[in-house]
Ligand binder design. Structure first.
Ligand SMILES: Nc1ncnc2c1ncn2[C@@H]1O[C@H](COP(=O)(O)OP(=O)(O)OP(=O)(O)O)[C@@H](O)[C@H]1O
Length: 719
């Protein structure tokens, strides 16, 4: 009956009649009955309730301020800010850093490093041998000693020089040079080439043609090889190298090629482009080309350059070789492959590029599956860190290195490299550490920041002293000029960097072949995508006989099994750290980390280290809540990190299984209090409420994205 409606609406539902009476609604459609019933009881429809709840939660989140954190309990938070207090509906519980973490099973170190023993450098120059004794041309020997301060060859150099310069059988054979990182492989392959050209005693200049083409997987590595070759050819300035890399203007490269060059160094894509479209490069190579070097050959195959390399080789193999012109040089094109690792990719390249090749290796075991080890003098450290604590432990790790830098303070510049899985994660970490407050100055665009007095991101920074730290970011999504100038600033001592601690957040774009001076520590916050990558990353330190340290972060659980996988690469063992005792406590004790939302003046109060660590982390979380740009950076970084995690090679999936990742805990290490889906709930629920399609479960979405990621080129994440 329609009259019923009116009657029911006139009831005073809030009236107190002692016992609550429930109005009985009968007749009509069930939807109408339900709506009426809800009106009577003062309820809102479900969807509306959800949206309202999400809005309310969001308001709470915006306003909550942590109460004192305590280890072992959840951190209860309350509305604090008087200005906004009325908006707050009630207390909210924020997960504590130190609770509900997965247990760490690695309690003892089964590959402990004997720290009392003296570990002699395994990639240092040899004491007894000389460059003369292995056939290097005199002019070059003098130049090496006087201008490059290189006195004696390393063991791989001795091996390659003896073979290429002294042994008759070695002159025309393809080569695979395999030696530890930082053992001088660039000079090992290039010095003999240059030596043989100089030994010809024939007048040559830039117009004589190109003798060698060197291909490297990254623009940075190609530029570095070009610098080494330019430095070497300073003693014979009539010989000229030329650099061809993506991201540079092709027109100016063409102009340089037209002027003539004797050595071409470049990245595969750009070299192939010129070979296909620039007539003059083919003219340069005709008759004179004798050497094709594939530096970091295995990486060239891994990055999916296989097709490009095949095309380059097909074109080059059609180039005529004239033995009449320079009979002292090899009578055929000699292929040289060079890498510190030689699995999979290198084997593939062997099929593509090498023909009846000779393996020159300094490896201890020479059978097929033998591997190169980390340099003996490198101190490898390992720490198992629960996902929630990754960010704050990174702060502890950086603080430790910085304290060491301050203790040994001299004019020496310290360099630290922090490896992360993807560009977005680099952006987030760089932003977290370098722009916490306004106390920084940009040195190179937005990619290099010098910390100013007052900056408080590391606990050891004092407000009244110069932090002496410069932060860098390097990844493949930055423009080439920025990448080049960032790397230049990191590697050279200038007025703004000399004597400071330079910290670079980077992807694997910086892991291969880069020779950056005095890198004291390498931190692998995200584990490498393969054990080869691990060797290359840590190989940025402890180069050419120098000392160095590396620190690998692993998550509790399956990832701990990865230690067994990398054990053969570390015959000298490693040091196992406890994230709390060894990294967090030393960094956060005897100090007082101040809350970012208060302007309290330092009153000399010293908090417990765990309280400080929690406050530090809550400051980052608060920044994520308050700053929408930073929040989207954090969400992007988290999502890309999870996607990148899925690209671990199948061999290592047992250790890095995306299905076993605790996404909620991991999100915390990106300053997010919930997984991104939850954080965006207020928006998405509003949007999605009108849609009929069922919502995809967050975890399933992650897996779907991860599967997509695997299909895509791995380079998106690694570089
Ligand atoms: N004989 C030598 N004596 C001293 N230093 C050397 C010698 N040969 C090379 N170096 C220096 O050693 C460093 C490492 O050289 P290089 O980059 O060629 O190593 P690599 O074996 O190619 O390393 P990676 O595998 O990481 O690419 C460079 O700074 C180089 O100048």
């Amino acid at each position: 009956m329609s009259d019923d409606d009116g009657m029911l609406l006139n009831f005073d539902t809030n009236a107190d009649f002692g016992e609550k009476t429930v109005a009985k609604v009968t007749g009509g459609r069930w939807k109408d009955r339900r709506r009426l019933k809800m009106m009577v009881t003062g309820q809102q429809p479900n969807k509306k309730r959800k949206i309202e709840k999400a809005r309310e939660n969001d308001r709470e989140r915006q306003e909550i301020v942590p109460r004192e954190a305590s280890v072992g309990k959840n951190v209860e938070v309350e509305a604090k800010n008087a200005r906004t207090a009325p908006l707050v509906a009630g207390p909210q519980v924020v997960s504590s850093l130190f609770t509900s973490n997965r247990e760490i099973s690695t309690s003892s170190n089964d590959n402990a490093r004997d720290e009392s023993a003296v570990h002699k450098p395994s990639n240092a120059p040899l004491f007894k041998d000389t460059f003369e004794s292995v056939g290097v041309q005199e002019l070059l020997v003098n130049h090496l000693k006087e201008k490059m301060r290189i006195q004696k060859p390393t063991s791989i150099q001795k091996l390659v020089f003896s073979y290429l310069l002294l042994a008759d059988e070695g002159r025309d054979k393809d080569l695979f040079i395999n030696a530890q990182t930082g053992s001088g492989k660039t000079l090992a392959y290039f010095l003999p080439i240059l030596s043989r050209i100089l030994q010809m005693n024939v007048r040559v200049d830039r117009k004589s043609g190109c003798f060698a083409l060197i291909v490297a997987p990254t623009r940075e590595l190609a530029s570095q090889i070009y610098s080494v070759i330019s430095m070497l050819t300073n003693c014979c300035h009539y010989l000229v190298p030329c650099l061809l890399i993506g991201g540079e203007r092709k027109k100016s490269e063409k102009a340089r090629l037209r002027k003539g060059c004797n050595f071409i160094i470049g990245t595969p894509g750009r070299i192939l482009d010129h070979l296909q479209n620039t007539q003059v490069i083919r003219e340069q190579l005709s008759h004179t080309l004798r050497y094709i070097v594939l530096d970091e050959g295995d990486k060239l195959m891994e990055l999916g350059f296989e097709e490009t390399i095949r095309d380059i080789l097909n074109i080059l193999h059609q180039v005529p070789v004239s033995t009449e012109r320079y009979p002292q040089l090899p009578s055929r094109i000699v292929h040289v492959l060079c890498s510190a690792t030689m699995q999979n990719g290198a084997a593939k390249l062997g099929d593509v590029a090498l023909n009846d090749y000779k393996l020159l290796s300094t490896r201890k075991k020479k059978h097929d599956d033998a591997i190169n080890e980390a340099p003996d003098q490198l101190l490898q450290r390992v720490v198992v860190v629960p996902p929630k604590l990754r960010l704050v432990t990174l702060a502890g790790g950086l603080d430790e290195i910085h304290r060491k830098h301050k203790q040994t303070k001299s004019s020496q510049t310290s360099r630290t490299m922090v490896f992360l899985s993807c560009s977005d994660s680099v952006e987030f970490h760089y932003e977290t550490f370098s722009s916490n407050d306004a106390y920084h100055r940009n040195l190179v665009g937005e990619s290099v920041r010098l910390m100013d007095k007052g900056n408080s991101i590391l606990p050891s920074f004092l407000s009244d002293t110069d932090p002496d730290v410069v932060f860098y970011k390097l990844h493949g999504s930055l423009s080439q000029p920025i990448r080049t100038s960032t790397l230049e600033s990191f590697s050279k001592d200038s007025a703004s960097t000399k004597g400071k601690h330079l910290i670079m957040f980077c992807t694997d774009v910086a892991s291969r072949g880069l020779d950056l001076p005095h890198v004291g520590t390498v931190l692998e916050v995200d584990p490498p995508f393969s054990t080869e990558d691990h060797l290359h990353r840590i190989g940025r330190t402890a180069r050419a006989g120098q000392s160095g340290e590396a620190l690998l972060f692993l998550l509790p659980g399956e990832e701990e099994g990865y230690l067994g996988k990398i054990k053969p690469y570390h015959p000298k063992g490693w040091k196992l750290l406890k994230y709390d005792e060894d990294l967090l406590k030393p960094a956060f004790q005897e100090t007082s980390v101040r809350r970012s939302d208060r302007n309290d003046k330092p009153d000399g109060t010293i908090h417990d280290w765990d309280t400080n660590a929690t406050t530090w982390h809550l400051n980052v979380e608060r920044r994520v809540l308050e700053d929408s740009t930073f929040k989207s950076l954090a969400i992007k970084a988290f999502t890309s990190h999870v996607r990148a995690y899925a690209t671990h090679i199948s061999d290592e999936k047992a250790f890095f299984n995306i299905k076993l990742l605790h996404l909620g805990h991991l999100a915390k290490s990106f300053g997010l209090r919930e997984r991104p889906k939850g954080i965006g709930a207020q928006n998405s629920s509003e949007k999605d409420s009108s849609k009929k399609t069922p919502k995809e479960n967050t975890k399933n979405k992650m897996f779907r994205l991860a599967r997509m990621a695997v299909k895509e080129s791995a380079s998106e994440f690694n570089y």
